[in-house]
Design a protein around this ligand. Structure first.
Ligand SMILES: [Ca+2]
Length: 264
């Protein structure tokens, strides 16, 4: 019901003058095949991938699409002959007149569970995250979703005023990337103090740093500066504002960090 295929030598280059034909047949004739391209890189203007929808290999009447550069998905009937070069695709059998399960964004919430034509899925991100992309997508008559699912990112710059919450490094736990300068400010009620608990901590040692300052200005006293993979112990502010400054240099990343806070 599902499978993967790649061009010859993948992930390395395919040979010159390669010509491959793949025929994919669903086991269940009542189902159709969805193709999801994970990677795609052909020499533009010279190499092509042709996707046909059933029928004889090479029959121009059944050609679905000539693909010079695509990152979308396509599907049709239960037999697909493919003449292909450099790609990596995942194939799944799905119900007819449906678009298949597009998944749920990491740190996101999905509303709706129908994947048939005209079904709508709505997305939200968990508290503190920003949604990038479309808030809702619809399964179109051509059996493709109207857009990719959105992603939820933790903003690199924000103020927190809720009495408790979570601060994550960008893309945690997938690694935070390079050249970052993130600043998060936690503001609690005047006269209260803020407690930080480090649930996870992994930065590139001696090159990426998290500095925690007691107050809202860059010149506020430093409570601690952390790097490497040792998880810091609890930390409590003296004032009602904490400033977290995260700097990452131009290369290498760790898992990042996951910090929860509460104030009293
Ligand atoms: Ca780094």
């Amino acid at each position: 019901p599902s499978g993967v295929f790649t061009s010859p030598n993948f992930p390395f280059q395919y040979d010159s003058n390669a010509q491959c034909v793949w025929v994919i047949t669903a086991i269940n004739p009542n189902k159709v095949i969805q193709i999801n391209f994970e990677e795609f890189d052909l020499e533009i203007g010279y190499d092509t991938l042709t996707i046909g929808d059933g029928g004889e290999v090479g029959d121009p009447k059944t050609v679905l699409k000539l693909v010079p550069d695509v990152s979308a998905w396509l599907w049709r009937k239960h037999v697909i002959p493919l003449k292909m070069k450099l790609i990596f695709v995942v194939l799944t059998e799905i119900e007819k007149e449906s678009c298949g399960d597009p998944g749920t964004p990491l740190y996101g919430i999905r509303e709706g569970d129908g994947f048939s034509n005209r079904d709508v899925l709505r997305f939200e991100c968990q508290f503190g995250f920003e949604l990038i992309g479309e808030k809702s997508i619809v399964c179109q008559e051509n059996n493709q979703w109207s857009a990719n699912i959105p992603i939820c990112i933790f903003p690199c710059l924000s103020n927190f005023t809720a009495p408790m919450g979570t601060v994550l490094s960008p893309d945690y736990p997938e690694g935070y990337g390079n050249n970052l300068n993130c600043i998060w400010t936690i503001i609690s009620d005047l006269g209260s103090r803020i407690h930080l608990s480090f649930n996870d901590f992994d930065l590139e040692s001696q090159f990426d740093f998290l500095a925690i300052k007691d107050g809202d200005s860059p010149d506020s006293p430093i409570l601690g500066t952390f790097t490497g993979a040792e998880v810091p112990s609890h930390l409590t502010s003296n004032s009602h504002i904490l400033r977290l400054e995260f700097q990452a240099d131009h290369s290498m990343s760790g898992r990042g960090f996951n910090i929860t806070y509460n104030s009293e």
